[in-house]
Design a protein around this ligand. Sequence first.
Ligand SMILES: [Zn+2]
Length: 248
Amino acid sequence: MLQLVKMQVETALFFESIEQIYTRVFRSIRPRTVLPEVSVRFRKYANANSRIRFENGRLLVDISDLLEGAPAPIHEALAFILICKLFRKAPENGVLARYRRYLNRADVRRTLHLVKQQRGRKAFRDPKGQFFDLCEVFEDLNLKYFHGLMARPQLGWSLRPSRTTLGHYDPSHNVIVLSCLFDSRSVPELIVRFVMFHEMLHLRYPTEHRGARRCVHTAEFKQAERVFESYRDAKQALKALVEQTETS
Ligand SMILES: [Zn+2]
């Protein structure tokens, strides 16, 4: 008997349309809410992002076309994640792990990487800012910490002064972008150097993928970061600066 029930669920998963998956998952999360009409569209995004929203009583789901060919259990997991998000609930760990494990699959990551390269446009400003030249900062750190052996990626200042993304390295475009928040007279050079050094370490120690986990700052990475000149001061100064600009 148990066997039969299990079979039914699995069979359903194979023959359901994507809208039916969303309808079923919606009902299981909000059994008392009136079922909305569901509309799912696959969009040409530069990443695997998906969006969900209510509009005129309809549930609209936009999914990256990169996931169009994903197996039904992955769409089911994504449906859980998105509908939970809509109602500010936390999805089960198992569901999250299922979805992440798929995105972490080597072939899926390769496709994502290529699509990002082709579709994503990268907008950033010239590395020579008003107060700091990122090429100079990079080369100085390169000599001091990497024996001058690190190939210089593209460098640039962000268009907007982000306080949440202070810097990032994008392997798809091979570019380090620093928040233009730091291109200011009031910012000590030590902070710019520290943020740049952190991003350079992302080139040196690429993200590790293990099953559903994605390890960005490995133990090796963190150890290497501590080698930075006056590491503690730099870290503290950076924290103070971000907090200070938050309140002002
Ligand atoms: Zn980092």
